[in-house]
Every structure is written in C-alpha cells, then in structure tokens.
Design a binder for this molecule. Structure first.
Ligand code: FES
Length: 366
C-alpha cells in the first residue's frame, strides 16, 4: 500500500483500502472484500438424464477415436505408397512435397481426434460434479517477507550499490545489451535473406563470360583431362572461375562452399538414367558435393556399390540412379553438373547446376 492510499477500520478490526484493493486485518490475516457469490446452480447435462443422449454422446466419442485410427492408418499407408519425389502445387505456398503433406495431415488429424474425443467424453459423460479444493495461504508471513527484504537490502548495501549508482546503471545496461548478440545469432541463423543467391554458383557460365568452365583439381587448381579420370577414381573439383575470384582478392569462401563438386568415372552401362548419361562423358559424371540434407560434404565413395555417402547422417546417394537418395535423411538427389571435353581434351562444365545445391529446403525455389 503506498502513502496516497487511505485505510478505514472495517468489520472485525480489518483495514480496508480506499481503492478497494488488498485488505489486511490488524493481526495480519487477509480477508475478502466482496461477498463470495458461491458456485452457480448445478445444471444437469442432457446425457445425465437421457440415456438416448448418453448413447449418442458415446457414439460421437467413438467416431472421433475411429477417425483418429483412420488417420494413423492413412499415415502408415502413405509412408510406403506415396513416392518421395511426388509434389503438387499448393496455392499461396508453391510446390510442396505430397508425401510430407499427407503424412503431416494424417498424423495431425489422428492426434487431434484423440484430443477432441477425450474432451467431448469429459464434457458429456464423465462425472459433472463441482469440486472445491481448499488452498492454504500461499504468501509468506509478513515477518518472513520483511526478513527477505532486509537480506536483499543489506546485500545491496554491502556491495555499495546505493552509493555507486554508476555501477548499478552500467550493469543494467550491460546485461540488457548482452541479450542483443544472442538474439542476433538466432535471427542470423534463420537462413539467407536473399534466397536468389542460392540458385547461383560460380559454375554458371555467366561467371566466365558465357564460356565453358574447366574442372580443376582441388586444391591444386590444375585442369583435368578426360583420360586422367580412370575407372573408379574420384576427384574433388572446383571451377576455374574460383582462381579468378581469388586473384581479384575477393572473399570466396561462400562461393567455394557452394561450388564443391565430386568427379567420378564408372562404367557407362551402369548409369541407368539417360539424362545422367547425357550430362556426363564416357561414364565420367560430376555431382555437387554438398549434401542435400543439411549441407555436409559428401566425401565417401563406395567403389563396389557406386554409392556416395555423407558422413554426417549417413545419407546415401546412388550414382547409377542419377544420385538419388537410397538411404538416410536427405530428401533430394545431388544436383548434377553437365560436362564435356573441350578442344584441348580438358573437362569443362557447359552449364551450371540445374537446381540449387545444398539442403533441401532450397528446393522450394525451383
Ligand atoms: Fe548429409 Fe545429414 S548432412 S546426411
């Protein structure tokens, strides 16, 4: 109570605030200001008195639980039947994955119906008697509160806070501003602000005045001839445009991270996808090395099975199937780079990637 409030003696010696606020009796116990209106009269529900209504409510609850079962079954069926790569156009959102949508909807309906059924059951059929649970006083006694305030005040006095306001204010400022870097990191890690830049890499011919771009060994940055790539061999590759960026003194780390490519030769007859064959040369194929799960480098090649493995979460890509995902959390094939041989016999890229490289959330940009 502050000094502007007045108090008047109430019944039984209680002090009543002029603002109608808290009331304390002279011996410290709180009393109610207003008369307790009590509980509203109990109204029987339809199902309490009418057996037909009760049966109807029972059927409604069972129907909701049945819809939940249906949702769960749809989830299981869709998990096996709807192909991973199937998509559809969702107005206002764009291209969406059919499987993810069906799985999300069916699971959502399943859990929602369990909740609705339980609530309807409780509201119509479960016991409807009002219960009152008495609570003990939760506030500490005035003596305990005074002791706590005295402890804090004495701590502040010992630390000289009242005498040194400069420290108090600068500490409050420091703690307040300390939240900024934390919030900034969270906001900054939500993804790039300019999503357009994710569509382009320095493999785009525009980075080389429209001319084909040579594939260079990484980190030696030497060009690669077709015959250098023997059966089963693996090259880690960067575009020759990278050297230009370095020579110009540009900061190229982000471009380098997007441009990493893995170059492999396998028997052309093993490549089962025509497009993948056409985009390679004599069984030599080039794919983005950036995993479509969360962007680790797909650096492990199993020569016998022709699988590329991401060491982070074991996503596995089948080279013979245009690097489609055959295991693990990645949801999208590795993007392929179209290559040919130039007049001097060196491997060149004749166009950039046909889709954004890296984690699959970028696929919405297609
Ligand atoms: Fe490759 Fe997760 S980043 S599997």
């Amino acid at each position: 109570m502050n000094e502007n409030e007045t108090t008047t003696p109430g019944e039984s010696g209680a002090l009543v605030s002029a603002r109608g606020g808290a009331v304390e009796q002279s011996h410290g116990e709180a009393v109610d200001l207003f008369e307790n209106p009590g509980l509203p009269p109990h109204v029987h529900r339809l199902a309490d008195d009418d057996e037909k209504a009760a049966r109807r409510a029972e059927r409604q609850v069972a129907t909701m639980f049945g819809l939940s079962m249906l949702g769960a079954l749809v989830f299981v069926v869709a998990y096996f039947v709807v192909p991973d790569e199937a998509t559809f156009y969702f107005p206002g959102i764009g291209i969406a994955s059919t499987q993810n949508t069906v799985l999300g909807l069916s699971l959502g309906i399943s859990i929602l119906m369990i909740g609705l059924g339980a609530v309807h059951w409780a509201k119509t059929l479960m016991p409807d008697t009002e219960m009152v649970e008495e609570r003990h006083q939760q506030a500490s006694s005035p003596a305990e509160r005074a002791k706590a305030v005295a402890a804090v005040t004495s701590g502040a006095t010992v630390a000289q806070l009242p005498r040194r306001p400069l420290i108090t204010y600068s500490l409050v400022g420091a703690l307040g501003l300390f939240a900024l870097p934390l919030g900034l990191q969270v906001a900054g890690s939500l993804g790039p602000t300019d999503v357009e830049e994710l569509k382009h890499t320095i493999w785009d011919l525009s980075a080389n005045e429209g001319k084909p771009i040579r594939l260079m060994r990484d980190p030696e940055m030497t060009p690669i001839k077709l015959e250098d790539v023997t059966n089963g061999s693996v090259f880690h590759v960067m575009p020759e445009t990278l050297q230009k960026y370095i020579d110009e003194g540009k900061h190229v780390l982000e471009e380098k991270a997007k441009a990493a490519v893995i170059l492999i030769r396998l028997d052309p007859n093993l490549i089962k996808v025509q497009k993948a064959r056409d985009w390679g040369v004599d069984g030599v194929v080039a794919y983005s090395k950036i995993c479509t799960h969360v962007g680790c480098a797909v650096g492990l090649y199993e020569q016998q099975t022709h699988h590329l493995l991401c060491p982070c979460h074991q996503s596995t890509f089948d080279l013979t199937q245009d690097c489609t995902v055959i295991f693990g959390p990645a949801k999208r094939a590795l993007p392929q780079l179209k290559i040919q041989v130039d007049d001097a016999g060196y491997l060149v890229a004749t166009q950039g990637f046909d889709q954004p490289v890296g984690p699959s959330f970028w696929e919405r940009l297609k």
